[in-house]
Design a protein around this ligand. Structure first.
Ligand SMILES: Cc1cc2nc3c(=O)[nH]c(=O)nc-3n(C[C@H](O)[C@H](O)[C@H](O)COP(=O)(O)OP(=O)(O)OC[C@H]3O[C@@H](n4cnc5c(N)ncnc54)[C@H](O)[C@@H]3O)c2cc1C
Length: 420
């Protein structure tokens, strides 16, 4: 092995992890002209079917960075919200974003996850101050004499290098090696169900009024997320330990199982490519910042996929952290202040989203069939109390649109900082 201790690229910020969180922060750094080195061990974006829906607040952020047009080059569809359905009780609730007037984006923009990652990277990488390096494994953190992290040691093929920068960001995912290295406490709780994720062509009846269809069922929900090219991402919720059996089913058996839960599903050719199974975890790091490093995205929090929030949280983390780092580099605040505000503001917002997603996880799967039926009846009965169903669905729509979150961040920043 060749050990080369030379610094190959001198940056102001090193971001470890070039998936959605890291790529999003690189877009923010591009907006503020901050010299950034983005490192990822993968040679190309991942092919996982995860997180396709960009929510209204996220779209506003992408527009502010100038990255939205890059993403709109990829095939996409607009989804008006979420419908909760039941095989017998039919539509239980419609969460419709269209009546919202707080943003011009009153919809969710669905783009396959891989294209979102690629689009963000393409946008950031065009900027002369953003330098993307793939196929690089970050192995160690480097420390200065004040016990602050000031760089990383990396490995590429048989060579090791070190890169230095005053700021290192961990965007290295749920199993974050950096978080572990810094000994930041982050207990993971495993859900008692798993997800089987596949792609299917959308049935003919699912070509207009596109929205996420959550087909609730006592054995576990089946969620249809409309994608471009008349495709949909299908997420099947199954009890823990059963996902691998689903993967062994033949196409016919798989279709039969799906139709048991969603009788309206017409005969469509089952396309198994890109099929994945996922265990679901809930996790929230005790600290977002430590010894000069900040965590963003899944490195800081894992949330249940049923509420479609993890990727949006990652982009929203990047937005606030980018703004605060810009203030630091413009010398209007110290790095300590930037980091502490990032943690103080984002941690409670993310905690609330994790709790809401936790509740949603219990709607998509309840092990006890009786409790499941009672829950379904409970949601169904909301229609008999005037205005209640509208109020609940309206509140959920505002949560998805991120209206309250935007106000909270604005108020916290105005309170803590003078405008620059
Ligand atoms: C089934 C499923 C469905 C989902 N659906 C949704 C949804 O509908 N909406 C939504 O908003 N979210 C959804 N999510 C969540 C979303 O996918 C994640 O929250 C988001 O993609 C996390 O991005 P990230 O960049 O933080 O982490 P990751 O995507 O895990 O990226 C981490 C990156 O760091 C790199 N890396 C790690 N270690 C190193 C190292 N040592 N050196 C160099 N590079 C390293 C990895 O190669 C990787 O590229 C879903 C998740 C799942 C599993």
């Amino acid at each position: 092995m060749i050990i080369n201790h030379s610094v190959k690229y001198d940056a102001d910020v090193i971001i470890v992890g070039g998936a959605v969180a890291g790529a999003a922060l690189a877009c923010a750094m591009a907006k503020y002209n901050i010299r950034t080195l983005l490192l990822d061990r993968r040679k190309e974006p991942g092919s996982m079917n995860r997180g396709d829906g960009l929510q209204p607040r996220t779209l506003e952020i992408l527009e502010q960075w100038g990255a939205l047009p890059e993403l709109l080059k990829y095939p996409h569809v607009k989804s008006s919200g979420i419908e909760l359905r039941h095989p017998v009780l039919k539509t239980l609730m419609n969460i419709d974003l269209q009546p919202l007037t707080s943003s011009k984006y009153n919809y969710i923009l669905n783009i396959p996850h891989r294209d979102i990652e690629q689009g963000l990277l393409d946008y950031a990488d065009k900027h002369e101050l953003i330098h993307l390096q793939r196929g690089i494994i970050v192995e160690k953190l480097l420390w200065n004499e004040k016990n602050q992290v000031n760089g990383v040691r990396v490995k590429q093929r048989n060579e090791t290098f070190q890169y230095t920068a005053p700021i290192v960001i961990a965007a290295d995912g749920g199993l974050s090696g950096i978080r572990q290295h810094l000994q930041i406490d982050a207990k993971r709780a495993l859900y008692h169900h798993e997800l089987v994720v596949l792609h299917l062509p959308r049935p003919a009846w699912f070509s207009n009024e596109l929205r996420t269809l959550v087909n609730l069922h006592r054995d576990g929900a089946v969620v249809f997320i409309p994608l471009p090219d008349r495709q949909m991402r299908v997420t099947v919720v199954v009890p823990s330990g059963q996902a691998s059996q689903w993967r062994k089913l033949s196409d016919e058996q798989l279709f039969e199982q799906l139709q048991k839960r969603v009788p309206e599903l017409d005969q469509v050719p089952v396309h198994r490519e890109g099929e994945h199974i996922y265990k679901m975890y809930r996790m929230h790091a005790e600290q977002y910042v430590k010894q000069g490093v900040a965590l963003i995205g899944d490195a800081a929090h894992l949330t249940h996929a049923s509420s479609g929030q993890g990727m949006n949280m990652a982009i929203q983390d990047a937005d606030l952290l980018g703004d605060l780092l810009h203030r630091y580099f413009s010398k209007s605040i110290s790095l300590e202040k930037a980091y502490s505000l990032y943690e103080q503001i984002r941690q409670p917002i993310n905690e609330e989203i994790i709790s809401r997603s936790d509740f949603m996880s219990s709607v998509v799967y309840t092990p006890n069939k009786l409790i499941h039926s009672l829950k379904m009846m409970g949601i169904f009965s909301a229609r008999f109390i005037p205005g209640l169903r509208k109020k609940i669905s309206g509140n959920i729509a505002c949560g998805i649109a991120g209206i309250e979150q935007k106000e909270t961040i604005h108020k916290s920043l105005t309170h803590a900082l003078e405008p620059i």
